[in-house]
Design a protein around this ligand. Structure first.
Ligand SMILES: CC(C)(COP(=O)(O)OP(=O)(O)OC[C@H]1O[C@@H](n2cnc3c(N)ncnc32)[C@H](O)[C@@H]1OP(=O)(O)O)[C@@H](O)C(=O)NCCC(=O)NCCS
Length: 220
């Protein structure tokens, strides 16, 4: 610790710590912020607060995670400086899945619109791949609006195949859905030499706690 502090200035040290990303299970305390982000990302067709509460409280198949910037995870490193950072970390994105036997269904997935195009969607998708590996799922499936070019391009670029069209799957506005799927990648995470295909490489800590157990990983 002392050698780290000696090698970088105090402000760089804080920036380094603040630049950490954290993936952790979504809790009831996150729901207001997640619902607000969901409304910004999906507009009228977004999920209600009640919907998120039901998913994380009452659904045995649901597994939901949030991505934040992560001063909190480094409070031990920061020591007395942690007061400077406040207790809140910003919500950057989230995903929700349904675990059904050997399949993982990605049922919701979004990045804060103010942070689009910075590689966070790719990071979150890699976290979904990692979750599927942990749960020993063979296949990951999802549905996406036909007009959602950004998401379809992301999924295709990471190996998802478009399998079928679901007529009038969506409302507000009415639209067809595209069913996409991928066999769970076997690598520990895709693109390991170029972590998550990051445009602005940032280390990420993954705090897993789900039916595959509790553990902590760090990328890279
Ligand atoms: C889809 C979404 C998650 C992408 O998040 P993001 O952080 O902006 O994406 P990234 O910066 O990680 O980009 C990863 C890849 O996505 C694709 N992509 C992202 N934005 C794109 C756009 N506007 N047009 C085309 N492709 C795009 C590209 O393939 C990109 O890889 P590249 O930069 O190597 O070309 C984000 O747009 C979002 O939250 N949208 C609203 C909610 C939503 O539609 N969720 C999906 C529901 S199925």
């Amino acid at each position: 610790m002392l050698s780290i502090r000696a090698n970088i200035s105090a402000s760089n040290f804080l920036r380094h710590v603040l630049d950490m990303l954290l993936l952790r299970p979504m809790t009831l305390k996150d729901v207001d912020e997640v619902t607000a982000l969901d409304q910004r990302a999906f507009g009228e067709s977004g999920w209600s607060r009640r919907h998120f509460v039901g998913e994380i409280s009452d659904s045995p198949i649901s597994i939901f995670y949030v991505l934040t910037d992560s001063a909190g995870s480094n409070s031990a490193l920061l020591g007395s400086n942690s007061a400077l950072l406040g207790s809140n970390s910003a919500l950057l994105g989230y995903f929700g899945t349904w675990h059904i036997v050997d399949q993982l269904q990605l049922c919701t997935f979004a990045v804060d619109p103010e942070r689009h195009g910075q590689g966070l969607g790719a990071i979150l998708l890699n976290c979904v791949f990692r979750l599927a590996q942990r749960l020993e799922c063979e296949v990951i499936q999802l549905e996406v609006r036909e007009s959602n070019v950004a998401a379809r391009t992301l999924y295709r670029s990471r190996g998802f195949q478009e399998e079928a069209v679901r007529r009038n799957l969506y409302s507000k506005p009415n639209e067809d859905g595209i069913l996409m799927s991928i066999e769970t990648p076997s690598a520990s995470f895709p693109g390991a030499s170029d972590p998550a295909g990051l445009k602005q490489p940032q280390p990420i800590e993954l705090r897993w706690n789900d039916r595959a157990g509790a553990s902590v990983e760090r990328w890279p």
